[in-house]
Design a protein around this ligand. Structure first.
Ligand code: ADP
Ligand code: MG
Length: 189
């Protein structure tokens, strides 16, 4: 399975000084991909524009370069694919495919609330990958607010239980880099 990344981003172009809350040493360590061999997860949390997708893409690129199979998707798109596969009676095949990827990157969990069925299918994906492969998740929401996306408290608890058993947490909190860079462009003009 090949990764279809929406953009190619690497750590070379990431300015760590712009986001002091982010543990640079941990990110550099993760880019060496040891966590993939250990089937561990990464969760990047923080507000919009702080570089979560950039870091997730960079980790994906690093994994590709080391020869691991990688898939990149947003939570909303993954859930749509799962629902579609279920309607077309090929859910098991898709879940098996998703479970076999060495690194699954699920971007933007939190912006779109999921239907109860969607949340259950996403839980199943994470559950099948538990201790089998690595999952990187990015979210704008702190863990205590994940219930608002997954709708069920029981499901959220079970999902977080699996996802966070072996996990590195990256915290990206600060000003939006998008706003900052558009301001500095205006400043230069
Ligand atoms: P998020 O996913 O947290 O909303 P993004 O990763 O999409 O944020 O970042 C928004 C834009 O700003 C992207 O083009 C990204 O490459 C860039 N960006 C964000 N943070 C940094 C940074 N610290 N250094 C360089 N570019 C950054
Ligand atoms: Mg993003």
């Amino acid at each position: 399975r090949s990764a279809r990344f929406p953009a190619v981003k690497s750590l070379d172009t990431f300015d760590f000084t712009a986001i002091p809350s982010l543990n640079k040493m941990l990110v550099l360590e993760l880019a060496r991909c040891g966590y993939i061999l250990g089937r561990e997860n990464v969760i990047a949390l923080g507000n919009a524009g702080t570089g979560k997708t950039h870091i997730a893409l960079a980790l994906g690129l690093a994994a590709c370069q080391k020869g691991f199979s990688v898939a990149f998707t947003t939570a909303a798109s993954l859930v749509n694919q799962l629902l579609e596969a279920r309607d077309e009676r090929r859910l098991l095949r898709l879940q098996r495919e998703l479970a076999s990827v060495k690194l699954l990157i699920v971007d933007e969990l939190g912006y779109v609330p999921l239907s109860p069925t969607g949340a259950e299918l996403l839980f199943e994906t994470f559950s099948r990958r538990y201790e089998r492969g690595s999952t990187v998740v990015t979210s704008n929401l702190p863990f205590e607010d994940w219930t608002s996306v997954l709708s069920s408290e029981r499901l959220t608890g079970a999902l977080l239980d699996r996802l966070t058993h072996h996990v590195s947490i990256l915290s990206l909190n600060g000003d939006s880099y998008r706003l900052k860079s558009s301001r500095s462009r205006r400043g230069r003009a």
